[in-house]
Design a protein around this ligand. Structure first.
Ligand SMILES: NC(=O)c1ccc[n+]([C@@H]2O[C@H](COP(=O)([O-])OP(=O)(O)OC[C@H]3O[C@@H](n4cnc5c(N)ncnc54)[C@H](OP(=O)(O)O)[C@@H]3O)[C@@H](O)[C@H]2O)c1
Length: 295
């Protein structure tokens, strides 16, 4: 059966932003360690342009990628932006010269991060800004996020941010943020092997809120599984394509932002939206997490 183009469409709740479910994550365009300029600046621009030419209308970024370089590449490649392109950025972190990832959540830091994003992307307002909770690693930690979300709500009232999302958060933090601002998307770590958010995805789907997995291909530790490879071989596809096709079938509110600095991988990833998975394929792939998930 033919699959809908780029996984079909999704509208961020309460917004005019309708995007294809297959998007693009720009983090891999920064230099090694997500620091410094792209290793191949011409290739970075080519990847961005080809993604948009192929119909991608959802790009995920942050001004702390590079820092600044990733947003500058997006602007260089795509500005003036085509109608309908939704750029989602994130706030809450900074990259000092030692290349570490630090929290930056005071009102002054969040405000200056918004202006950095606006300047480097060449925008007058940010379409969607995610408040990214910076913690020890890539998993959420308990604790109130009311203060920084309140700052973002203030920047939204000033017209600098159109809509607010969250990243690296718990269900309790989402509920807390929803008492302060309307939340249109949540971006947490999730993939075939890392399924801590299974219940949360369903809860957000019932509210019409987008769930956008980061590390959909495993991020810095690419997914590796004999089951994934076997299913891919059977389908005549690449394992990473099967991992993305599985995510598209996981829930209708799931939007993909696979990251790549390579045109070949971009093409593979976009083509994954056309891959049909049978219920038996999905059942087999579901078994991967049962083996990988320890708690
Ligand atoms: N909110 C957050 O805290 C957070 C954290 C991390 C990332 N993000 C966002 O999520 C996006 C996706 O995450 P990610 O880029 O870190 O990880 P990812 O999409 O899971 O994986 C990217 C890695 O897979 C490789 N890759 C991509 N396509 C491939 C393919 N078809 N075959 C083989 N390898 C492939 C990439 O290398 P090549 O460049 O060589 O293709 C890169 O090393 C990011 O770009 C960023 O926008 C958000």
């Amino acid at each position: 059966m033919p699959q809908p183009k780029l996984g079909g469409e999704f509208t961020f709740p309460g917004t005019p932003f309708t995007v294809h479910r297959m998007g693009y994550g720009a983090m891999q365009l920064a230099g090694p360690g997500v620091y410094g300029p792209p290793k191949d600046p011409a290739a970075a621009l080519a990847v961005l342009r080809e993604a948009v030419a192929a119909g991608v209308d959802h790009i995920d970024t942050s001004d702390f990628y590079g820092p600044h370089h990733t947003n500058q590449a997006i602007k260089a490649a795509l500005h003036p932006y085509p109608k309908g392109l939704v750029i989602v950025t994130k706030l809450g972190g900074r990259r000092p010269p030692d290349q570490s990832w630090q929290r930056a959540i005071s009102p002054a830091e969040l405000t200056s991060a918004v202006h950095d994003n606006l300047r480097n992307l060449g925008l007058e307002a940010l379409d969607i800004a995610n408040y990214r909770v910076m913690g020890a690693g890539h998993g959420p930690e308990d604790g109130s996020i009311a203060e920084p979300v309140g700052v973002l709500a203030g920047l939204q009232r000033q017209g600098l941010i159109r809509h607010i999302g969250l990243s690296n958060v718990t269900a309790a933090q989402i509920a807390e943020a929803q008492s302060i601002a309307k939340i249109v998307c949540v971006q947490n770590q999730y993939n075939l092997a890392h399924r801590h958010d299974d219940a949360l995805i369903g809860d957000l789907a019932r509210q019409g809120i987008a769930y956008v997995p980061f590390f959909p291909l495993g991020g810095f530790t690419p997914l590796q599984s004999s089951t994934l490879s076997a299913v891919a071989r059977r389908l005549g596809a690449q394992p990473m394509q099967v991992a993305l096709a599985w995510l598209l079938r996981r829930a209708p509110n799931l939007l993909l932002i696979p990251g790549t600095s390579s045109l070949a991988h971009l093409r593979e990833n976009l083509a994954a939206a056309d891959l049909g998975l049978s219920p038996a394929d999905v059942g087999e792939l579901d078994g991967i997490a049962a083996g990988a998930f320890k708690g």
